[in-house]
Each structure stands twice: as C-alpha cells, then as structure tokens.
Design a protein around this ligand. Structure first.
Ligand code: SAH
Ligand code: SF4
Ligand code: F3S
Length: 499
C-alpha cells in the first residue's frame, strides 16, 4: 500500500480521535500534508535520518519511527545533515550517554547552517530526568524529546513539533499500554525483529533498563502470530523474538501462555525458516524450552545466556537469582540435549566489591561453559540503581582484570569456532561485504570474474563470507566453511547438502 491511498482514507473532519492507533493515523495524515507543503516551499523532498544506539529493542523501535517517517513523505537518509534527525538513545552504560552528547554537539553545528532543521531525542536516555535537564540546559537547539513509553505517539509528536517553535518535551513515567498496527519500515526485507514483550521486572542491581523501559508487559500471542504471518507474507524468512527476558513471556497474560508454547505456535507458521530470540535469563530457562528447541527445525542453534559474573557472592549482590553451580548445570543440560548449539554470553567486570578472587570464578565459568562468543563490559555506575550506592571499585583497578577476562573469552571463541571448519552449513545471505579488504578476500577465495563478496549468517549465528552474486541476498545457500579467520569463516557456495 502506498502512503497516498493509505492516508486518504483518514477523515480529518471531527478532530483527533481519542482511540489508538486511529489517533496516530489522523496525525500521520496531517503530518503528510505539512511535509508535502514544506517540500514545495523548499523545492525538494524533506530528508530524515534516524540514528540508533543500543540494543535490538531500540533497533526495532527505530524501524517503527522510520515506518511513520516514510508514510508521511520524508525521504530516509543515512546522512545526519538532514532536515529531521532523530537520535534513538541508549543509557545502559555511561559511554552510551557520552556518545549521544558528543554527537549532539556536531548536530548543533549542522543546524546553524540549516535553521529549518529539526532534532529529536528519544529512547532510554530520555527516560531519565537528569538527562532531560541536561538537554534543556546545554542543548537548547533540540526540538523534541520523548520517551520509550509514548513512542507510538511519534506521528502526533512530530506534527506538533513541526507546527511550533521551541523544545517539546513529552516523557511518561510508565505505561501499561501496547498499541498495535502502526507502520514499520524494516532494515532488511528478509529478516525482522519482533517485540514479544516490553520492559523488565528483574531489577538486577546494576541495571538501569527496568527504570527506563518500565514494568514487564507481554503482547498477546495472537497479535504476535498475526504480525509474523504478515511479515512472512511480505518476504521475511528469519525472525528474532525480542524481550529483556523472553523466558518470562506470558506471565502477565490472562491465558498464562509460556515462552516455549509461544515458540511452538510460531514454528507452525509456513514459510518462516528461522526463529531466533533474545534475551534468555538463566533463572527462568525451562526444561520445556530446551525440549522445544531440541525438537524444532526452525529455532536457530544459538542461545544467548548472560552470565554477568561467576562468583556466587557477586551474583547474589547483582540480584541475578542463580549460583555459579546452577548456571553451569544449566549449560551442561542444554549441551547434552542440543550438542551442536552455540552459547554466547554477557559479562560485567568491576561490579562493586568484586575482588580478584571473584574474577577468577568468572574465568572459571568461561572455561567450563565454552562460550562461542561473549560481550564483556566494564561495570558502569547508573544513578538510581541499588549498585550505585555500593562501594565502587576504582576504574584503574578494573582494567587488568577486564583484559584478562577478554583474552580468555577471545581465546575460547577462537578455539570453539574452528570446530566447524570443512563442514557444509546453511547460511542466510544478508548483504554484500563492501569492506576495504573485499577484493583481497575474493582473490584468496579464487572468486570468478564478476562475483561479489557476500556475508551470510549460520544458524548458530556465526558469520561466513563467500563469493556470489547480488541476487542471492535474502536467500539460503549451502556454504562450505573453508577457513576460519578468528571469529568468522571464508567459504564457498556448494550444491550438496552436507559434508
Ligand atoms: N536483558 C538482558 C540484558 C540487557 S542489557 C539480560 O538480562 O541479559 C545488556 C547487557 O549490558 C547486560 O547483559 C549486561 O551485561 C550489560 N549491562 C547492563 N547494565 C550494565 C552496567 N551498569 N554496567 C555494565 N554493563 C551493564
Ligand atoms: Fe537489566 Fe537484569 Fe532486566 Fe536484563 S534482566 S534488562 S540485566 S534488569
Ligand atoms: Fe540500551 Fe535501552 Fe537497550 S538502555 S541496551 S537501548 S533497552
């Protein structure tokens, strides 16, 4: 459906409807008129650039923002020197905040040269009162600030922002509302993230997410299934079910569906080839889920299972609700049932009170759990969380331990990934690799004249590069994994099924 026919059906006569999403379609129609009028005045299309910081949740939210921008006539651009720039922010660690502030300075300079430019900030950072105060005081050229709970009001907020001067700030403390059926513009035509729940109730003591994303709310299974069916009809072959703790999916729903039961339903959708999900909290990972994964032909052989720390004392203060032993027993059970699975994790180093001995426990878990990959973070103090009030470890004492953990993780990952060398595996071709070493890589692979370097993803989430052609993007191919290069493979497409 083009934007024209889609918005012409919206009646503007009686004023803005109260109910959602009708209200947002009303504002989309108004905004669309405003955008085309501005475009006439300046003699060209209005450009908009959405910059995403943070996690998959934010990436999906940005696709919703892009959907509305496109429907209302903006031309999407990657260039931050655009007529409308939206920063979808993250605040999980302090360096995420600092990145945004740094880039806002640059945006301010662009705006001096293009006074008609509008700048919006949304996402997790704007849910913090201190951040909003700082923006008001130090970045007065920002036009619109809104939060995670009212993202669905984007059309209304943009319309209001473009119709007035000065900064519009609209941040809610929380919501129990989920608004369905708004436009989305996907980054990839063939794969998509899909929210199954919002918020988090776990309150790990270091983490700001429950404060900025609110209480846990699951979407109705029928809404999720309907959205996936629509995506599949639109060409999507791989989906990623998104939630801060997918294993507690359904707890607030009346029919009490579990995550494993939801997966069984998703599995039945014809035309869908791959199912991924993020993130699994170890405390809630059920035997039922392991069983569903084991039996499934579609659920990918990858599990992201954040450990955070290996010491029982630290895990307790972090409020993670499992011990080292329980975590390792879980990993063992999963590996026994699904031997070819890749397990990845998140680790924090330098949590308040963490000693050298504690870090040794983390390293012990890394060795025993045999991770295929791990994201390692230095603890960052987040004001308002319980850990912020605990005695902090000075950062200069953390670096040595961080490097040690990182080295252990990287050695382990290199050792693990090599196990597939020589195998033939199915890859979903995601994009052309246009990196500066692409030509050398093609030569090394003995590519034929005219072939380009493609990047594919295996079921276990490993990346493989191989020669091919652009028409293969978005399709599944069988690839022989010829050579392991640290964290990825070089390979070539083969026609046979298995080595
Ligand atoms: N809901 C997910 C993680 C969301 S945040 C889960 O529970 O696994 C992603 C990762 O950021 C976390 O797993 C954690 O390792 C890291 N993280 C969160 N808060 C942090 C902090 N204050 N300092 C450093 N790392 C942090
Ligand atoms: Fe943060 Fe813990 Fe919730 Fe994950 S489960 S988002 S780490 S509070
Ligand atoms: Fe960051 Fe918010 Fe995600 S704080 S990690 S963008 S939920």
């Amino acid at each position: 459906m083009g934007s024209e026919s889609f918005l012409k059906d919206v009646s503007l006569a009686p004023g803005a409807p109260e109910e959602e999403p009708a209200r947002q379609y009303y504002y989309m129609a108004l905004l669309s008129d405003l955008v085309s009028q501005r475009a006439k005045e300046i003699g060209r299309d209005l450009t908009a650039c959405v910059v995403t910081f943070g996690c998959q949740m934010n990436a999906r939210d940005s696709e919703k923002l892009c959907g509305i921008l496109k429907k209302t006539g903006f031309v999407l651009s990657e260039d931050e020197n655009s007529d409308f720039v939206i920063y979808n922010t993250c605040t999980v660690r302090d360096n995420a905040d600092q990145k945004v502030y740094g880039r806002l300075g640059v945006l301010g300079n662009y705006k001096k040269k293009n006074p008609g430019m509008k700048i919006a900030l949304c996402g997790c950072m704007t849910q913090e009162a201190s951040a909003v105060e700082k923006i008001k005081a130090s970045y007065p050229f920002v036009d619109l600030v809104f939060g995670t709970h009212n993202l669905y009001e984007f059309a209304e907020l943009v319309y209001k922002c473009f119709s007035k001067k000065g900064m519009l700030v609209e941040v809610w403390e929380g919501t129990d509302r989920i608004v369905e059926d708004l436009p989305v513009d996907r980054k990839y035509p063939f794969k998509s993230g899909i929210n199954i729940m919002f918020g988090c109730n776990n309150f790990c003591s270091y983490c700001i997410v429950p404060y900025v994303r609110g209480r846990e709310r699951s979407r109705e299974p029928k809404e999720i299934l309907r959205e996936i069916e629509q995506l599949v009809a639109d060409g999507v072959v791989e989906i990623m079910l998104l939630g801060q703790n997918v294993n507690s999916y359904g707890k607030n729903l009346e029919n009490g569906i579990t995550f494993a039961q939801l997966l069984r339903e998703v599995e039945k959708i014809e035309g869908l080839h791959r199912i991924r999900f993020m993130t699994s909290h170890p405390k809630d990972l059920s035997d039922e889920l392991i069983c569903v994964m084991k039996e499934s032909k579609k659920i990918c052989r990858h599990l992201h299972l954040p450990l955070q720390a290996g010491s029982d004392r630290v895990l307790k203060t972090m409020n993670r609700c499992y011990t080292k032993e329980q975590y390792l027993a879980l990993v063992e059970k999963i590996r026994k049932e699904i031997p070819d699975i890749s397990i990845t994790t998140d680790i924090i180093v330098g949590f308040p009170g963490e000693t050298r001995e504690d870090v040794k426990e983390t390293i012990d878990v890394i060795r025993k759990a045999q991770y295929d990959n791990a994201f390692t973070f230095i603890y960052s103090k987040r004001t308002g969380t319980p850990a912020a009030k605990m005695e902090q470890v000075p950062e200069d004492q953390v670096h040595e331990e961080f490097d040690e953990v990182l080295k252990c993780v990287q050695d382990m990952a290199r050792e693990r990934i090599v196990r597939f060398e020589g195998r033939v595996m199915e890859a979903l071709v995601e994009e052309e690799n246009t990196g500066k070493n692409a030509a050398d890589a093609l030569r090394e692979m003995g590519a034929k004249e005219g072939e380009i370097l493609l990047t594919g993803r295996l079921s276990n989430n490993t990346i493989v590069h191989f020669p091919g052609n652009a028409s293969q993007i978005g399709t599944f191919v069988n690839v022989r994994l010829d050579k392991c290069h640290g964290f990825y493979y070089f390979g070539h497409i083969v026609t046979e099924q298995n080595a």
